[in-house]
Design a protein around this ligand. Structure first.
Ligand code: P6P
Length: 335
């Protein structure tokens, strides 16, 4: 049972028992993500200021070396998860290979691995557009106390135990699921506390917003072109509204609240699309399904795709159930 204005800490404790594998480890993991989110939020929210001051030399406002914000966010999430000795491995968009966290230590009983996109949409920072952190959590498949392997990370999205995002927008929110619905928490920056502001978030079954980079239209598969023309046609409740922020977390978050569909299809320029399966599509797909929506590559459920590489890309269609199914029907007809 979730109560509005409950703090994230209270929510985690209250709902820990509902998580069938609860040993407190996942709670501690979510708590460490909460802490890292606050640290990154502080830096993201003064990016413009820091850039101005940082321009005076190679140091930023605290006298630290000026870092690109996505590298900064990556370092902070890895540092926070590592220092609390909660996970046995981390994979990140910013790291070529996965990172083992003392997993070779036979006393290391930690059973979770985390995959993150530390700052998705970071190119928007310079133009003051919302960006986000995306995370995905699995139980390791190799025995505890042995070194983690790539197999611990190359798991289907359906095996996730938790997933979520932080959106650094007009307000900073942490939105996550552990498989029992989706809940959104808004940060009160004055006291550094996340409060339950959006309990039990659900995608409307239908929507009137479609989010796609139409600049790539001529390179899209025919089915996607047909669906975009369907969205634009004057008929029934259409034309729909086109809204594309260029930040997956922001477009997803708006579409979950208002109803809508996000598309990043494959194209003649990106044969598998642009988004990464393991730390962008799978976590967003978990959230979507927990919020009664859908996520596919246009044909196959995202969370059924068997991963083959850490940084592999897949085409991504995600959002209101009826809109995704309509798009999939155009993809099938055109095939
Ligand atoms: P394009 C940001 O780089 C990102 O991964 C998503 O957040 C965003 O939706 C997409 O890429 C934007 O890509 O090619 O339209 O600029």
């Amino acid at each position: 049972m979730s109560r509005k204005n409950q703090t994230l800490g209270e929510f985690i404790i209250e709902n820990q028992t509902s998580f069938k594998y609860s040993s407190g480890e996942l709670s501690r993991l979510i708590n460490s993500i909460r802490l890292a989110a606050k640290v990154v939020n502080h830096e993201v929210n003064k990016a413009g200021l820091v850039d101005i001051i940082g321009a005076a030399g190679d140091t930023n406002i605290q006298g630290e070396d000026q870092q690109k914000l996505d590298v900064y966010a990556n370092d902070k999430f890895i540092q926070t998860l590592t220092n609390r000795n909660i996970v046995c491995g981390i994979a990140s968009e910013e790291e070529d290979d996965f990172i083992s966290i003392n997993s070779q230590d036979e006393n290391n009983q930690n059973k979770y691995v985390v995959l993150i996109d530390p700052l998705d949409g970071s190119s928007n920072i310079d133009v003051n557009v919302s960006v986000g952190t995306i995370f995905s959590v699995y139980r390791r498949v190799t025995p505890v106390g042995t070194p983690v392997t790539l197999d611990d990370f190359l798991q289907k999205g359906s095996q996730q135990v938790a997933a979520g995002y932080v959106i650094y927008g007009t307000s900073t929110m942490l939105v996550y699921t552990t498989g029992d619905g989706v809940n959104g928490f808004t940060l009160n920056p004055a006291i550094g506390t996340f409060y339950l502001s959006h309990p039990d978030m659900q995608f409307p079954k239908d929507g009137k917003i479609y989010s796609v980079n139409e600049g790539n239209y001529i390179h899209f598969p025919q089915g996607i072109k047909d669906y975009i023309k369907y969205c634009q046609k004057e008929e029934g409740d259409r034309p729909y509204t086109s809204r594309y922020i260029g930040s997956l977390v922001s477009d997803f978050h708006r579409n979950m609240i208002k109803g809508g569909i996000y598309l990043y299809p494959k194209s003649s320029m990106n044969s598998n699309g642009k988004l990464r399966l393991l730390y962008e599509c799978n976590p967003m797909a978990f959230l979507a399904e927990q919020a009664n929506a859908k996520a596919s590559d246009g044909f196959t459920r995202i969370m059924d795709i068997e991963p083959t590489e850490l940084h592999q890309r897949v085409p991504f269609v995600c959002g209101s159930k009826n809109m995704v199914e309509k798009c999939e029907s155009f993809m099938r007809e055109a095939q």
